[in-house]
Each structure stands twice: as structure tokens, then as C-alpha cells.
Design a protein around this ligand. Structure first.
Ligand code: RI2
Length: 306
């Protein structure tokens, strides 16, 4: 079923569709649908409609660079000097969207393979929130017969950890759901921390679900390696040009009913910032890199993602 642009934007904004990779694929698909549905004859009109669609989608989740990279990748034909009629623009945008989505799925598979090799034959993994990329590595390790158990944090306020815990249990992985504040209590028993990323900056800083930096801090204190699983399109070219990543702040009502707390300010930052010195390696579909090599990834893919 084709979704309208507004429906997709609304699904992403309200987090009915969530996860950095999923929202970027949904955005690429939405741009494709806009191109397919365009009825006019003017390529200029079509370009404008596609640009407006990009603005709508980019406004939905400000911290996720994957969204921007997915949209920019799909709309690259807008900059082709030789794409000057409606049909060729439609065809190229549609091909780009399909390419991006296929590339995203392929990346997930490779990250699973590479990331799983870092998981010990027998051991305890700790993860945060719900990351398809992190789960890909954990599930691959389990499929390969490794004897692993997982601590999955609840991940307040949205409790995406419930999705992770259920997915692992369904796959037959022994999993324990814990509250976010239990991280330090359990970290000494953990062999490896595996998390996802919403954005990786050129300096190797990882922006991921609020609480990730606390997990990384506790892991460093206990000498537990921290592996971040992130597709190359989660690396931010803009950060290499000095731009700061905006940390999304969502509705306070997601944390507690403001009406029940008169005079109280409720803050709801969705992501936090983990500096590179707390990260052992970042697993991309191109291989494992040191967080300090993030700039190299950005240089390699800058043309594609801008
Ligand atoms: P994948 C999610 O953000 C989580 O922070 C997760 O770690 C990250 O995206 C990456 O997820 P949210 O949409 O792309 O729940 O690995 O705010 O699935």
C-alpha cells in the first residue's frame, strides 16, 4: 500500500515508525512514492514538489542523520544536469530509492556478520534501546551457536527495550529485561556492550538513545568493550563541516503527565552523546573501524550523502 507523504512523515514524527535505519528507508520510499504519483508535465514543478517533500521529512526527527542521508541519496538526480524531463527524473529517483533501501538491508546483514565475530563463544551481552543493527550482530552470534545471554535495558521513556527483549526471546536468546538505572549493577558480569547509533560525527562521537553514554561510561570503568553498530549512512558529513548535531527534545508528556506535576519542568532529551574514548569499535558494512576513523568514512561517502 502506498502511503502519502504526510502519513509517512506523521508515522516517523510520532515514532510509529522508528529506529534510525527504518525511518531512512521509510523516507526514501515516501520520496519514491511522491515521484511516482506526480501527474504534471513540468520537470521544474516536479523538482519543487520533491524538494518540499524532503523538507517535510527532514523536519520529523532532527537528530537522525540517516534520514537526511537517505533523502539526499534518493534526491541526488535533482542535481543531474541531464535529467530534464519528468519521466527520466521519476525513473532516476525511483531507482535511487530502491538502491538506498537495498543497500540498507545489505548493510544490516554485513554488520550482523562482522559484529557477531566480536561476541565471545560464551558470554553476556548488554544492549540499550532497540537497534536493528545491534540486534543483527547479537542474533547472528546466537545463530552461529554462541552461548550468549543478554541484558536489555528498558529504555525509558518509550521502552523500546521491550521490543528488543521480545525479539531476542522469540529467537531463543536468554534475555533479562532491566531498568536503565540497573546498568552499573550488572555491568561487571557483562563481556561486551553492543548498541546502535542514530548519528556518528566526524570526530567519532556517537549520538544514540538517551542512556547510551551512561552505559559506555560504566563499561569503560569495568573494562568492558563497547561496540557500536552503525551503517555508513549514519555518519554525518555536516559534522565534518563544523555543524553540531541537534539533540531531539520530545513532548514532556512522554516522561510524566505535566498536569500531575505543577511547577515542575519535565525534560525529555531523546539522545545523548558518547565520546570516542568510550567506544572500542564501530561496526559498519565496510568493516570495523576505530571511532577516530569516522572522518575517513565521511570522506569516502561524502559525495553520496552530502
Ligand atoms: P537502528 C533508535 O532511535 C535507537 O536510538 C537506536 O539505537 C537507533 O535508533 C538505531 O537503530 P529511536 O528511533 O537503525 O528509537 O540500528 O529514537 O535500528
Amino acid at each position: 500500500m502506498d502511503m502519502t507523504l504526510e502519513e509517512t512523515a506523521d508515522d516517523i514524527r510520532s515514532m510509529r515508525v522508528r529506529g534510525a535505519a527504518k525511518i531512512s528507508r521509510a523516507a526514501a520510499q515516501a520520496i519514491r512514492d511522491v515521484a511516482m504519483a506526480f501527474k504534471g508535465n513540468s520537470v521544474e514543478d516536479m523538482r519543487n514538489i520533491l524538494r518540499e517533500a524532503a523538507v517535510t521529512l527532514l523536519g520529523t526527527r532532527p537528530s537522525a542523520v540517516s534520514l537526511r542521508n537517505g533523502v539526499n541519496y534518493t534526491l541526488a538526480p535533482l542535481h543531474d544536469a541531464d535529467t530534464n524531463d519528468v519521466e527520466s527524473l521519476r525513473k532516476k529517483v525511483s531507482e535511487k530509492a530502491d538502491e538506498f533501501i537495498a543497500r540498507s538491508h545489505e548493510a544490516l546483514k554485513l554488520i550482523g556478520e562482522y559484529g557477531s565475530r566480536r561476541i565471545p563463544q560464551k558470554g553476556i551481552v548488554m544492549t540499550h534501546c532497540n537497534s536493528q543493527a545491534a540486534l543483527s550482530a547479537i542474533l547472528k552470534a546466537h545463530d552461529d551457536g554462541k552461548d550468549i545471554r543478554v541484558y536489555a535495558t528498558e529504555s525509558r521513556p518509550w521502552k523500546q527495550g521491550h521490543i528488543t527483549a521480545r525479539a531476542l526471546a522469540e529467537a531463543g536468546v536468554p534475555v533479562t529485561l532491566i531498568v536503565d538505572s540497573a546498568i552499573r549493577h550488572f555491568i561487571d558480569t557483562v563481556d561486551i556492550v553492543i548498541v546502535g547509533a542514530d548519528t556518528v560525527t566526524s570526530s567519532g562521537t556517537v549520538i544514540n538513545k538517551i542512556g547510551t553514554s551512561v552505559m559506555a561510561l560504566c563499561a569503560k570503568e569495568s573494562r568492558v568493550p563497547v561496540i557500536v553498530c552503525a551503517e555508513t549512512y549514519k555518519f554525518s558529513p555536516r559534522s565534518a563541516r563544523g555543524e553540531m548535531v541537534e539533540i531531539e527534545e520530545r513532548d514532556p508528556a512522554e516522561v510524566a503527565d505535566p498536569g500531575a506535576f505543577p511547577g515542575v519542568t519535565i525534560a525529555n532529551p531523546v539522545f545523548d552523546v558518547t565520546p570516542p574514548e568510550y567506544i572500542t569499535a564501530i561496526v559498519t558494512e565496510k568493516g570495523l573501524i576505530s571511532p577516530y576513523a569516522a572522518f575517513e568514512i565521511i570522506k569516502e561517502f561524502e559525495g553520496e550523502f552530502k
